[in-house]
Write a protein that binds this ligand. Structure first.
Ligand code: ATP
Length: 327
């Protein structure tokens, strides 16, 4: 028989993403509403092993919905990758009587949760908290919308200088393995080229195209590149173009960590609140080892394993549209 859930723990793990606080708030307040004891686990799995676990009431999450980062802090834990480390983590939960766990993080965090939940009798629910949007089973991940809007705002500013000086700008955005931030921010800022890890970059084609544009006196060019593009990041792309187009005024701008921080967008606050509520409800309904996602505006529950196995594939048809609109 399923054990009745009475005490739950919540943690944030892996890279932080804007909206994690809104999700924590939703978990804490929903848990308290249903009469559960809710515990915040600090610094992800590291805090779970170090017993950095504290009771949270509704007031402890006041005034955080608009804040970026995570009040629970996040960390990466090597120890949790070992069975000894996970045994200590489980003992800590058991001692406190915590019998349900909500993990807000990316695919690495879900892998940890999945293994932990299989080894020990503790149901885990995952909430997709990552700016990369590369997790299957959900149309949205907590933090993606804010990160993209930050990138768009920054690129719009760069564009002013680009236009004023007839410059060619290569802007690198985040995305080690996923091109979603590059694709969305590039389309929204009218980029001439968008380079993403999911497709092979043909730098010769890009340079040829620029040479033609140079002949037509179209000197302003924006290239948005994901940091994990197969050709290399912004610096590599900028260098290749400078070598082949010596007359062009080429600049490289790496947006970096500004994309992770900042106040979450309305969209991220909403999805985080909704997912946080449904994560608690899921535990109460007896679900275990699933990720709570949203697809076609409906809640979607998929096994953590499945969310890990099948990455959220990018629709590369978008790139055709980019080409046509940038001509
Ligand atoms: P991001 O997408 O921002 O990188 P993430 O959740 O994928 O976030 P990771 O650093 O990959 O971040 O994973 C976070 C933590 O999850 C790791 O530090 C580790 O403690 C745990 N973890 C990852 N993989 C495993 C694994 N195979 N076994 C046990 N724990 C793991």
């Amino acid at each position: 028989m399923e054990k009745k859930i009475t005490k739950i723990g919540v943690l944030t793990s892996g890279g932080d993403s804007p909206g994690m606080n809104a999700a924590i708030r939703a978990v804490v307040r929903t848990g308290n509403y249903f009469g559960l004891e809710v515990y915040g686990i600090y610094r992800g799995y590291a805090g779970l092993i170090e017993n950095d676990i504290h009771r949270m009431d509704n007031r402890s999450v006041a005034n955080i919905i608009q804040r970026g980062g995570t009040i629970l802090k996040t960390a990466r834990s090597k120890e949790f990758r070992t069975s000894e480390g996970r045994q200590i983590a489980y003992n800590n939960l058991k001692n406190l009587g915590i019998n349900g766990l909500i993990v807000i993080g990316g695919d690495g965090s879900f892998t940890g949760a999945d293994i932990f939940s299989e080894e020990f009798d503790i149901p885990c629910i995952g909430l997709p908290g990552t700016i990369d949007k590369d997790i299957a089973g959900t149309d949205f991940t907590i933090g993606f919308d804010t990160a993209v809007n930050t990138a768009v705002e920054a690129i719009d500013k760069i564009r002013d200088t680009m236009d004023a000086h007839d410059r060619l700008f290569v802007v690198e955005v985040m995305g080690r393995d996923a091109g979603y931030i590059a694709l969305h921010s590039g389309i929204a800022t009218g980029a001439e080229n968008i380079l993403i890890p999911e497709t092979k970059t043909n730098i010769e084609d890009i340079i040829k195209n620029m040479m033609e544009k140079e002949k037509r006196k179209k000197l302003v060019n924006l290239i948005v590149v994901a940091e994990g593009d197969d050709f290399g990041g912004g610096d590599a792309v900028g260098k290749a173009i400078k070598e082949r187009l010596p007359k062009a005024d080429v600049r490289v701008c790496i947006l970096g960590h500004i994309q992770r921080g900042g106040s979450p967008s309305c969209m991220d606050r909403l999805i985080a609140s909704r997912m946080g509520f449904h994560a608690v409800e899921s535990l109460l309904e007896g679900r275990r080892n699933v990720m709570v996602g949203i697809m076609n505006n409906k809640m979607n529950y998929i096994p953590l394993k499945q969310a890990l196995k099948s990455k959220n594939k990018i629709d590369t048809n978008w790139l055709k549209i980019v080409k046509i609109l940038a001509s």
